[in-house]
Design a protein around this ligand. Structure first.
Ligand SMILES: [Zn+2]
Ligand SMILES: [Zn+2]
Length: 365
């Protein structure tokens, strides 16, 4: 008797599972409109969602953590700082505009774009960023762009390249939606001279201050890093540089160093492994070693500047496997007692004001 009852229940469960499976397959094959709407709205809500940054804190988001060599999960370098009601963007590496939007940053509300230097991996998405900012909401003026000498040439060139597209979009959507005078960028060029120790406040608004300082990326000149101060919190963004005292001096006492990193040993391996290839890769992998900073040197900068948190970005060479990450930071960890984090596209570092807290969250993984 007991067997018959259990058998009956098993049959009912089996029938329910079969019915649910058939229903699920039917829904997936022919999804109803309400389900499609729900999924689309959920996806849209994630983009341009400034709720993520609503607390009074200094937020730093690495929206692009790669470099010129291809890596599936990393786009070109970009770091975004959200401080109070202000959004400041540092560099515009290829692909970074989409990652910025996917991270929830409102592209139409950017207060300033700051360029570190004019290597293509730092400016490749400038046209896209200017266009997206202009087209995403009714803009009243061009994007404010800050950078060292050479900025005018770079911005003017991108504006010229996007001139036809500007015309297409105005013709399609109308000037009320896309005012022509708000297209492109306003050039705020600064000159720090040749002294490696030079620095200058290049942006000041409310509680936010941005200081540009020279770094050493020769033969690329000028090349700068930036420090952002917001209330009692601060972050330093290295730009591309070798190990230099200028970076230590300007990073002194900051909460966070976001530093580029090239692992010399890994790059040497790539250079040697590709020496038989019919391409420039071997020579390029060799040459880049003399104008970047290693993870270990970045850690020494953080140590000397008294910084407790080091975030590595602009990862070179690409790290195609998680297994290699520990090797990438091995020497750095030996040189430094603070926290080291190898950032991903969409890593958010939150530093609330009036505290020493540093909280790291992945927004895109
Ligand atoms: Zn560079
Ligand atoms: Zn670079």
């Amino acid at each position: 008797m007991k067997f018959i009852i259990e058998h009956k229940w098993l049959s009912i469960v089996a029938i329910v599972v079969v019915v649910l499976s058939i229903s699920l397959v039917t829904i997936l094959k022919n999804p109803p409109d309400y389900l499609l709407r729900f999924i689309i709205e959920k996806g849209m809500a994630r983009n341009n969602n400034m709720d993520t940054f609503k607390d009074d804190a200094l937020y730093v988001i690495t929206t692009g953590t790669g470099a010129p060599l291809p890596e599936a999960n990393r786009v070109g370098p970009q770091t975004v700082v959200v401080a109070g009601d202000q959004i400041l963007v540092f560099d515009a590496g290829p692909g970074s505009t989409l990652k910025l939007e996917m991270s929830g940053v409102d592209v139409s509300s950017i207060n300033g774009l700051f360029l570190t230097h004019y290597h293509s991996d730092h400016i490749g998405d400038l046209g896209e960023l200017m266009l997206k900012r202009w087209a995403s909401n009714v803009a009243t003026k061009p994007l404010q762009i800050y950078g060292p000498v050479g900025l005018d040439q770079v911005v003017t060139g991108f504006e010229m390249a996007y001139e036809l597209d500007k015309g297409y979009r105005i013709a399609h959507h109308g000037e009320d939606l896309l005012p022509e005078e708000a297209f492109g960028g306003d050039v705020n060029e600064f000159d720090l001279g040749v002294e490696l120790t030079s620095s200058q406040v290049v942006y000041s608004s409310g509680d936010v201050e941005v200081i540009a300082f020279n770094v050493d990326h020769l033969p690329v000149f000028p090349a700068v890093g930036y420090r952002v101060n917001y209330k009692d919190r601060s972050v330093v963004i290295s730009g591309d540089t070798v190990y230099t005292k200028s970076l230590i001096d300007h990073a002194m006492g900051s909460d966070l160093l976001v530093c580029e990193a090239l692992h010399m040993g890994f790059s040497k391996m790539i250079s040697e492994a590709s020496s038989d290839m019919d391409s420039n890769l071997s020579d390029v992998a060799h040459d880049i070693q003399d104008y970047h900073i290693s993870p270990e040197e970045a850690a020494i900068v953080a140590r000397e500047a008294g910084i407790g948190q080091l975030v590595l970005t602009h990862i070179l060479p690409p790290i195609p496997s998680k297994i290699l990450e520990a090797g990438f930071t091995k020497e750095a960890r030996a040189a430094y007692d603070g926290e080291i984090y190898l950032s991903n596209d969409g890593t958010m570092i939150k530093m609330p004001v009036n505290s020493d807290d540093v909280k790291i969250t992945e927004l895109l993984n």
